[in-house]
Ligand binder design. Structure first.
Ligand code: NAG
Ligand code: NAG
Ligand code: NAG
Ligand code: NAG
Ligand code: NAG
Ligand code: NAG
Ligand code: NAG
Ligand code: NAG
Length: 482
């Protein structure tokens, strides 16, 4: 009989011999079947989302790849045809891919005819995270936000100390332990998105323009993003952008176009009391030394009335017994104030835009009837015959009264992108009826109009509108929403 210590050694040696090779993340691993058992299998690391790509380097019709995602434990059998929890990666011209959740890791198995030998590559990537967010562009600048990377705890007020956020809201303290977020951008014609979407590959690319400022910004109040202000871009050009996180995780691509060289509205951003404002606004050029407007150079004549409206609204709202008398089981005064702030900021800071270069005639040339709710979403065939949705753009002449009387005259014509009606409906839904908020309202924004039927259908069916969203990853922005 063998001594116990030797037995232990033997079993651990056996276990070692049987453990599967773990595939590394974010690099391509190359193999040749001559140096692999048949069938062969590999262990996959535990990840919330994995993108697996396999590519044969030589022809082999007998190769079949299978994956399972229950566990990467050595005691689990190789995945194969018909196995429970096993999926086949179907090869197409020698290439195949699989995206999925591998909470406990997984196993990749390869089956082939014994007579057939070939080499192949396997690459594992973190699957794409949420997309970066396109704020807006001018002819040579852009505001791009990373995906939301960290939640912010906002204490929900309760009775009897029901305290709402100040009208003159400030940004929360800086995020703890943020990831390293890098913006990588290039003209779409360069083909950045055709190369590997990996941190190592993208980080080696030079980026277009100059990153003039990057800052953490709680655009949505309860989430952090990183905001990039890019300058030095070319007019009327389509750009591709990625955000690389900690050199490995990749978010993107998104696409956007810069405006034409005649576009004169400057960008406004970084306003703590209107954290969602990050777009072009019809204002005169920013004061000397600045390329955009932010909290430090925006005229008080614009910010003060807005904060005063916000303060007066908050005062009216708190005459209601917030947190004690419920007007809805789902929403409270804090939701009402938050939605009203978004709406007020979006209405006060009119948004400038222009038709997308791929659809130069894509706007409604005639204003809606005074009695109409606003511009209805419509589609029209583009130059290539394909249907394109027209944005809720309305030309504004120099003589037209500005929608917000506190905005100084811009002195030249521009196109106004109408707010999405859904933003107004969100206030209507979140606020107690005694405030009398109605959509459209003629209190502050007499004669206001909206983009209607883009997100929700014209009849109000949720997400059943023509586009289902205010903007998309391809650079289309149909109506104004913050
Ligand atoms: C993944 O596979 C699908 C289906 O074969 C293919 O259309 C797609 O282009 C592949 N994606 C990548 C990134 O290789
Ligand atoms: C395995 O993949 C399926 C389908 O993608 C998914 O629903 C399931 O949550 C995954 N299981 C684990 C443990 O990750
Ligand atoms: C009420 O709540 C606010 C904010 O949450 C807090 O600053 C304040 O101290 C509280 N007041 C009392 C009397 O508890
Ligand atoms: C963040 O990533 C960039 C690009 O990969 C790198 O140059 C920089 O040194 C990193 N910064 C930190 C603090 O790790
Ligand atoms: C970047 O923008 C923020 C917000 O406007 C500002 O506080 C900060 O000073 C700017 N940083 C630089 C280097 O300009
Ligand atoms: C809002 O707060 C900032 C600093 O937090 C202050 O500089 C500014 O004057 C305030 N604005 C108004 C209108 O109260
Ligand atoms: C807010 O209320 C005060 C006091 O009633 C009033 O003087 C002020 O004009 C109001 N502000 C706005 C923007 O209506
Ligand atoms: C930018 O390029 C992408 C990819 O070619 C395309 O799908 C998109 O429509 C373009 N966007 C604009 C605004 O031209």
């Amino acid at each position: 009989m063998l001594p116990e210590s030797l037995l232990l050694l033997l079993t651990s040696a056996l276990a070692l011999a049987q453990s599967r090779q773990e595939l590394p993340l974010n690099i391509v691993s190359s193999f040749a079947t001559q140096r692999l058992p048949n069938p062969a299998s590999f262990s996959l690391p535990a990840e919330e989302q994995l993108f697996i790509s396999v590519a044969l380097c030589s022809d082999s019709s007998s190769a079949r790849f299978f994956i399972s995602n229950s566990s990467n434990s050595d005691s689990v059998d190789d995945p194969g045809p018909g196995g429970t929890n096993a999926f086949e990666i179907i090869l197409n011209h020698g290439q195949g891919n699989w995206t999925g959740r591998f909470a406990n890791g997984g196993i990749l198995g390869l089956q082939r005819d014994a007579s057939s030998d070939f080499s192949f590559d396997i690459a594992l990537f973190h699957q794409s995270l949420d997309l970066p967010f396109f704020g807006d562009s001018t002819s040579n600048q852009a505001l791009i936000f990373s995906r939301q990377f960290q939640g912010i705890e906002n204490v929900k007020p309760t009775y009897p100390n029901y305290t709402l956020p100040a009208a003159n809201l400030s940004q929360p303290l800086a995020p703890s332990n943020p990831p390293n977020l890098t913006l990588i951008m290039a003209e779409t014609s360069v083909g950045l998105a055709n190369g590997p979407h990996t941190g190592c590959s993208l980080s080696s690319r030079s980026t277009a323009g100059t990153i003039r400022n990057e800052t953490f910004w709680a655009r949505e109040v309860d989430f952090w993003r990183k905001e990039f202000l890019v300058t030095g871009l070319n007019p009327s050009t389509n750009y591709t952008a990625f955000v690389v996180e900690d050199n490995t995780k990749v978010s993107g691509p998104i696409y956007f176009a810069t405006k034409s060289s005649g576009f004169t509205c400057p960008l406004v951003h970084s306003l703590p009391y209107c954290p969602g404002v990050a777009y072009a606004v019809p204002l005169p050029p920013p004061p000397a030394g600045s390329v955009v407007y932010d909290n430090t150079n925006l005229p008080d004549a614009v910010s003060q009335p807005l904060i005063s409206y916000m303060a007066n609204f908050t005062t009216s709202l708190t005459t209601f017994a917030c947190g004690r008398d419920w007007y809805s089981p789902l929403v409270g005064c804090n939701d009402c104030q938050r939605e009203y702030r978004k709406w007020l900021c979006a209405i006060s800071f009119t948004r400038c835009s222009e038709p997308s270069p791929s659809n130069p005639n894509g706007f409604t040339a005639t204003p809606a009837e005074p009695s109409a709710t606003g511009i209805s979403a419509t589609a029209r065939p583009g130059p290539d015959g394909a249907q394109r949705v027209l944005s809720a753009l309305l030309p504004q002449e120099t003589r037209d009264a500005p929608r917000n009387p506190f905005l100084p005259p811009m002195g030249s014509p521009y196109m106004m992108l109408q707010p999405c009606l859904e933003m107004c409906n969100a206030v209507d839904r979140a606020c107690p009826p005694f405030l009398g908020f109605q959509c459209p309202t003629n209190n502050f924004n007499a004669g206001a109009s909206y983009g209607v039927g883009y997100i929700d259908s014209a009849d109000g069916d949720k997400d059943q509108g023509l586009t289902g969203a205010a903007q998309d990853r391809w650079g289309n922005v149909w109506c104004h929403m913050i």
